[in-house]
Design a protein around this ligand. Structure first.
Ligand code: HEC
Length: 106
């Protein structure tokens, strides 16, 4: 009986989590392709510094930190849509990391 209860609990948890994660990344996925200038007009130095901190503490878990200058803004626009959900950042945190990377791109 106990096992059955745990299986049901597992299914409920999995369904709940599956309904949360795609939502979190949809906001990031729907962001328009933006240039450096567009980003700099929307985010101030403090926000970009916060983005850098989030980048350093969350983007080196699976691989080495990639240099922001290794990509063009267009490339970062694409890459972050895949990586921010992987890093399990909130939409707000994800936007800051994205802004930092695009602002410091090639
Ligand atoms: C859960 C593990 C994980 C986390 C966290 C993660 N990455 Fe990745 N990343 C990967 C894997 C696996 C690859 C190689 C396969 C691929 O490209 O999908 C990769 C590849 C990359 C690449 C090279 C490929 C490309 O599309 O340019 C860049 C750049 C990158 N990651 C940036 C980031 C940034 C920025 C963050 C933080 C927001 C981040 N990653 C967080 C797993 C992760």
């Amino acid at each position: 009986m106990k096992t059955k209860y745990l299986i049901i609990l597992g299914v409920v948890m999995a369904t709940f989590m599956a309904s949360c994660y795609p939502k979190a990344s949809q906001v990031i996925r729907s962001l328009p392709v933006e240039s450096k200038a567009q980003i700099k007009a929307q985010y101030d130095q403090g926000q970009l510094a916060q983005g850098q901190q989030l980048f350093i503490s969350n983007c080196a878990k699976c691989h080495k930190l990639k240099d922001p200058e290794s990509k063009t803004p267009e490339q970062w626009n694409k890459t972050v849509k895949r990586m921010i959900p992987r890093a399990k950042l909130s939409d707000e945190q994800g936007k800051l990391v994205r802004a930092y990377l695009i602002a410091n791109a090639k």
